[in-house]
Design a binder for this molecule. Structure first.
Ligand code: GLU
Length: 353
């Protein structure tokens, strides 16, 4: 017997940047659709006017695109399905639901339609899942209590709820649901910290559909971020760090894109100052060696220069301080290779005072 093609849905409420737990739901649905040659429908649960934030839908679309989670259909907005819900409400009335004097409609104590005539999440979700031909519902386990409720509604509509899988939630270190109190909870939080999209996506892919709640593994995300930065094409890394072309190799060791931006800024627009007498011998040797070199040094030349400064007793911390104004940052040869001879000599002059 041919089975119907898999159709899943991701149904966020438009409350702004996606909670990482919701992003996990999105990835779980995308990965499930992909592994079954199925389709992912994006549904926007915007029936609840108070929770629908201005710009909230846009923010979550930005997050989905940033994470590379594409959808095949939608967005289907619940606010635009009034006819579907009215039809479902009428059918429910024939299937055991009761209309109240105030205009609301209930089924076994579950409100399906409010007294103002609007459908609740429970009715809207079931009506949509049936109308959109959803074959599997995959969502966070905070919705577990909704399964029986929604099955009852589906039967009142003369149908069956598709099978539901509830995955575990993401928790903070204290075992409570991940929230801003833990420092970061939304996709935007991680983006602003400089975690590259491929790293966050890889983390969510690794989690898959956790059966139980899982504690957010920040060190794992950190390691994935270093790997992702190492793997970014030069131009993408330079763009993310707001660095000029040619600086990518100086940024490879950065742990976040924010740090990459800081390292780039040390090189392109450092805060320099005179370093005092003890720096003088190193700076004079550096100047002597550099003045003899080409306007731009290639990798071999730059590494060689650093080696020579060290070989004649120069202090590499002094070299770094003179050229970047910082105590740590990029590998020194990458700085030497990026700066022209004149720029290098000008910085040495500032350091000499
Ligand atoms: N709008 C609900 C949420 O964001 C979706 C519930 C569901 O997947 O049925 O949690």
């Amino acid at each position: 017997m041919p089975t119907s093609p898999v159709r899943v849905r991701f149904a966020p409420s438009p409350t702004g940047s996606l909670h990482l737990g919701n992003a996990l739901t999105a990835v779980a649905n995308r990965d499930f659709a992909d592994s079954h040659g199925g389709a992912l429908v994006l549904r926007i649960d915007d029936t609840d006017a108070e929770r629908a934030l201005a710009g909230g839908e846009e923010a979550l679309l930005v997050d989905l695109e940033w994470l590379g989670i594409h959808w095949d259909e939608g967005p289907v907005r619940q606010s635009e399905q009034g006819d579907r819900y009215a039809e479902a409400a009428a059918r429910a009335l024939g299937g055991g639901a009761v209309g109240d004097a105030d205009g609301s409609i209930r089924l076994d104590g579950i409100t399906l339609v409010r007294s103002d005539g609007t459908a609740t999440y429970q009715l809207a979700s079931v009506a949509d899942d049936l109308a959109l031909g959803i074959t599997h519902i995959i969502r966070g386990s905070d919705h577990r209590p909704n399964e029986v409720v929604q099955q009852r509604i589906a039967r009142a509509l003369g149908a069956e709820l598709p099978p539901v899988v509830h995955h575990g939630l993401l928790l903070g270190k204290d075992g409570k649901k991940l929230s801003k109190r833990h420092g970061h909870a939304s996709v935007a939080d991680f983006r602003e910290e400089g975690i590259p999209a491929p790293a966050l996506r890889a983390y969510l892919d690794e989690l898959g559909m956790p059966e139980h709640d899982v504690m957010l593994d920040e060190s794992r995300i950190g390691r994935l971020a270093i790997d992702a930065i190492a793997a970014l094409p030069d131009e993408e890394l330079e763009a993310a760090a707001e660095a000029p072309a040619g600086l990518a190799r100086a940024l490879r060791g950065a742990r976040t894109l924010v740090e990459a931006g800081e390292i780039a800024a040390q090189i392109t627009s450092p805060v320099l100052r005179p370093l005092g007498d003890e720096a003088r011998p190193t700076l004079e040797r550096l100047a002597e060696l550099r003045v003899r070199g080409a306007d731009r040094l290639d990798e071999v030349g730059a590494r060689e220069l650093v080696r020579e400064v060290k070989a004649v007793g120069g202090n590499l911390r002094t070299v770094r301080a003179a050229l970047t104004g910082a105590e740590r940052g990029a590998e020194l040869w990458t700085v030497v290779a990026f700066l022209s001879r004149d720029e290098t000599l000008a910085r040495i002059a500032v350091a000499l005072g």
